[in-house]
Write a protein that binds this ligand. Structure first.
Ligand SMILES: *Cc1c(COP(=O)(O)O)cnc(C)c1O
Length: 422
């Protein structure tokens, strides 16, 4: 039994494992059953009804069918809930499945359809909200505009902090206050529960793309939402009918990942701090986006968020063309989207993760995003030093800065490159 008074590191190692001794096992068991033997029609039926209503299986009837309940997934959920200081958590097949369920459940429960989306958001979330697929009417705004944009039919506020890819910090407590009782969903993917617990600041739901830091090894896609039991029931009802389930193998990997989450996040953060401060001195770098580097006017570092984390972005003086060269020239940094794993990644948000975002909200053409891993910090710096020195055309640089990475501008950049070479 894990006591409620344990520190984060102990919770990360032990939470969600309370029933293992009773089962006579030490490692997390993986239950792959899609269906479960029914003790009787009556007991099975009652358990089915409890789960379809968003509850947990009852002991007599069992878990019936894996779209309703799976014990391996439930253990991961209870561990994540503990880490996020929440009553419950509900896991999904991806971060986007979790975002979808959160919006559908909240619109359905509230009978409202207006969503306030605080930009910047992850490109997929921004795009899903804009798509109209979920029946939401969306207003995009900055954190400071939430009180003004809130309407009587506003169902929820969605925000992300640190935001992706600008690493802007949003004051969660201030947005919760401005929302005046409208539930606030915080995407906590970048901060992780190691650095930030939005529930303690008044958030109603905390969302993770578990694919990133929670898994931490780049080998599982998943999503999870921590919240109170009432909202968890609404999310389970949506999950049961729409089927965006986390597979038990994924749940196993994510739960195993939680044990090392605090150690990984702190070590990756220490690396990121060294890489970020080195980048501020580099002549090719116009600006480093990293919490605390350009000051912290709202005083959120050390209060809302325990540390700056391990994600950063840089504006390259050489614009899109230099971004092309740098991403092609790194060795230790893999040129790939995603983040939060033990190995370092580099990518160009405007062309990739934020490609579906409306042009006015898309990141700049010279912005590249780095996810700092567990390699030696000096090796990472040496790799970036080499990549930033990769030759690029000075005559092109001056024109590249304001260019957005769209197919048209990429043709334009190809034309300019040819001209520069001639
Ligand atoms: C990756 C990501 C998502 C989407 O998660 P998937 O697991 O890829 O579906 C949502 N929010 C943030 C901040 C992310 O980085």
């Amino acid at each position: 039994m894990t006591s409620p008074h344990l520190q984060l590191d102990s919770v990360a190692v032990h939470a969600g494992r309370e029933d293992l001794a009773e089962l006579g096992v030490h490692a997390l068991p993986i239950d792959l059953s899609t269906t479960n033997p029914l003790p009787s029609i009556e007991a099975g039926g009652l358990s089915y009804e409890a789960m379809a209503g968003g509850g947990t299986p009852n002991a007599e009837g069992g878990s019936v069918y894996a779209r309703l309940w799976n014990p391996t997934v439930a253990r991961f959920e209870s561990a994540l809930a503990r880490l996020e200081h929440a009553e419950a958590a509900v896991a999904f097949s991806s971060g986007m499945a979790a975002v979808t369920a959160a919006i559908l459940a909240t619109l359905k429960e509230s009978g409202r359809r207006h969503v306030l989306a605080v930009r910047p958001l992850y490109g997929g979330t921004d795009h899903l909200l804009a798509s109209g697929l979920l029946g939401a009417e969306v207003t995009y705004c900055s954190a400071s505009r939430v009180a003004a944009e809130r309407r009587p039919d506003t169902a929820m506020v969605v925000l992300e902090t640190p935001a992706n890819p600008t690493l802007d910090l949003v004051d969660i407590r201030a947005v919760v206050e401005a929302a005046q009782g409208v539930p606030v969903l915080v995407d906590n993917t970048f901060a992780t529960p190691v650095l930030q617990n939005p529930i303690d600041l008044g958030a109603a739901m905390v969302l993770h793309s578990a694919t990133k830091y929670l898994g931490g090894h780049g080998d599982v896609i998943g999503g999870v939402i921590a919240c109170d039991e009432r909202q968890a029931a609404a999310l389970r009802r949506v999950r049961a009918v729409t089927g965006g389930l986390l597979h038990p193998l994924g749940a196993y990997l994510l739960h195993r990942g939680l044990a090392t989450l605090p150690v990984r996040v702190r070590a990756q953060q220490a690396n990121a701090q060294r890489v970020a401060s080195w980048l501020t001195t580099h002549p090719s770098v116009a600006r480093v986006h990293y919490p605390g580097i350009d000051g912290d006017p709202q005083g959120l570092l050390g209060t809302q968020m325990d540390g700056p984390g391990a994600m950063l972005s840089v504006d390259l003086r050489g614009g899109y063309e230099q971004a092309e060269r740098v991403t092609a020239a790194t060795g230790l940094f893999t040129h790939a989207v995603s983040l939060g794993g033990v190995d370092s990644l580099i990518q160009h948000p405007a062309a990739l993760t934020h490609r579906p975002v409306a042009a006015e909200a898309r990141p700049g053409a010279g912005l590249v995003r780095l996810s700092i891993g567990l390699e030696d910090a000096e090796d990472l710096i040496a790799d970036l030093d080499r990549a930033l020195a990769a030759p690029h055309s000075i005559s092109f640089s001056a024109t590249a800065a304001p260019v957005q990475a769209t197919p048209e501008t990429r043709q334009e950049s190809d034309r300019l490159l040819v001209e520069a070479a001639e």
